[in-house]
Design a protein around this ligand. Structure first.
Ligand code: ADP
Ligand code: MG
Length: 210
């Protein structure tokens, strides 16, 4: 058994996890979180429902400075539906922190309101690669203060043709950052694409769900 309380997290963070019903870590959380919290890059292969969101969410929130109102973490997801799910889970995981702003940026909706939201500021952006790249191109999104970059469901993003967008987004992030990659499958094609984005990553593979 791996209790969240075995992690070096502040008491309010642990209390919030307990209030969400998070007592024991899932297998991927137990294998990945110590490395993530130490600042290491991670490649994690695990299927749906294994608790990947908290594996990167706890890591990026623990590093976040809520008093600095700039984008410190970027999570790339293949679809709007997944981006919304991740953003909502991050908001729940951040309840012990003061006013952490999580903004979703996905395609299929007008740019104007998103640009307005970006002008108001955010701590965390969750979005799809095409729309994030659009904002970079228009210079409406500043990724120069990103400390954590997450590629969620990387295999699906590659299947959907987002490789070039992801490459340009990674280039706009600081070289000095933590990169966390999650994928249900990890074929050689994704390994080759991912290699330049990660530095000495811990690679973990979890077969069972818990
Ligand atoms: P994945 O991204 O691997 O598909 P999620 O991160 O979406 O999985 O988690 C699946 C569900 O399990 C979510 O409802 C989440 O709140 C819940 N969950 C994740 N980790 C834990 C945990 N340690 N204890 C209890 N519930 C958890
Ligand atoms: Mg997920």
């Amino acid at each position: 058994m791996h209790a969240f309380s075995s992690l070096a997290l502040p008491a309010p963070f642990l209390a919030n996890l307990a209030s969400l019903g998070y007592q024991e870590m899932t297998a991927i959380q137990a294998a990945g979180l110590p490395a993530v919290l130490s600042g290491r890059d991670l490649i994690a292969q695990a299927k749906t429902g294994s608790g990947k969101t908290a594996t990167f969410g706890i890591g990026l929130l623990q590093k976040l400075n809520p008093r600095y109102f700039g984008i410190q973490a970027l999570v790339l997801c293949p679809t709007r539906e997944l981006a919304d799910q991740v953003a909502n889970e991050l908001r729940r995981l951040a309840r012990h922190l003061d006013n952490v702003k999580v903004l979703t940026l996905c395609g299929g909706v007008p740019m104007g309101p998103q640009i307005g939201s970006l002008e108001h500021g955010a701590h965390i952006v969750v979005g799809t690669p095409g729309r994030i790249q659009d904002h970079l191109y228009r210079q409406t999104l500043d990724l120069s203060h990103i400390g954590t970059l997450v590629l969620d469901e990387a295999d699906r993003m590659v299947d959907m043709g987002f490789v070039d967008d992801i490459g340009r987004i990674v280039e706009a992030c600081p070289a000095r950052r933590q990169t966390l990659l999650f994928s249900a499958t990890y074929p050689d094609s994704i390994r080759r694409i991912a290699a330049p984005f990660l530095r000495d990553p811990l690679e973990i593979k979890v077969e069972s769900q818990h």
